[in-house]
Design a protein around this ligand. Sequence first.
Ligand code: ZN
Length: 54
Amino acid sequence: MGKRHKVVHIRCRRCGRRAYHAQRGVCAACGYGRDTRINRYRWKTKTVQRLRLR
Ligand SMILES: [Zn+2]
Protein backbone atom coordinates (compact mmCIF):
# COMPACT_ATOMS: atom_id res chain seq x y z
CA MET A 1 0.00 0.00 0.00
CA GLY A 2 2.52 2.52 -1.10
CA LYS A 3 5.38 1.60 1.12
CA ARG A 4 8.10 3.16 -0.94
CA HIS A 5 7.94 6.60 0.53
CA LYS A 6 11.28 6.95 2.20
CA VAL A 7 14.03 8.68 0.32
CA VAL A 8 16.83 6.16 0.41
CA HIS A 9 19.16 7.49 -2.19
CA ILE A 10 19.88 11.15 -2.68
CA ARG A 11 22.07 12.81 -5.25
CA CYS A 12 25.69 11.87 -4.90
CA ARG A 13 27.96 14.87 -4.87
CA ARG A 14 30.79 13.00 -6.51
CA CYS A 15 29.28 11.04 -9.38
CA GLY A 16 26.11 13.07 -9.66
CA ARG A 17 23.85 10.07 -9.64
CA ARG A 18 20.94 9.60 -7.32
CA ALA A 19 22.67 6.70 -5.62
CA TYR A 20 24.00 8.19 -2.42
CA HIS A 21 22.49 6.39 0.52
CA ALA A 22 21.30 9.14 2.79
CA GLN A 23 21.47 7.20 6.02
CA ARG A 24 24.53 5.10 5.42
CA GLY A 25 26.45 7.86 3.72
CA VAL A 26 27.66 5.64 0.95
CA CYS A 27 27.11 5.97 -2.75
CA ALA A 28 25.98 2.79 -4.42
CA ALA A 29 27.26 3.81 -7.81
CA CYS A 30 30.73 5.22 -7.20
CA GLY A 31 31.39 4.13 -3.64
CA TYR A 32 31.64 7.63 -2.23
CA GLY A 33 31.85 7.47 1.55
CA ARG A 34 33.41 4.03 1.42
CA ASP A 35 36.08 4.52 -1.17
CA THR A 36 38.49 7.29 -1.93
CA ARG A 37 38.60 6.41 -5.57
CA ILE A 38 35.58 6.34 -7.80
CA ASN A 39 34.79 2.73 -8.36
CA ARG A 40 33.88 1.85 -11.88
CA TYR A 41 32.93 -1.54 -13.12
CA ARG A 42 32.05 -2.85 -16.52
CA TRP A 43 28.64 -3.88 -15.27
CA LYS A 44 28.20 -0.54 -13.64
CA THR A 45 28.87 1.63 -16.65
CA LYS A 46 25.35 2.91 -16.69
CA THR A 47 25.73 4.07 -13.15
CA VAL A 48 28.67 6.40 -13.03
CA GLN A 49 27.78 9.50 -15.00
CA ARG A 50 26.10 7.38 -17.60
CA LEU A 51 29.36 6.97 -19.45
CA ARG A 52 30.18 3.99 -21.53
CA LEU A 53 33.66 2.72 -20.94
CA ARG A 54 33.60 0.53 -24.00
ZN1 ZN B 1 28.43 8.49 -6.35
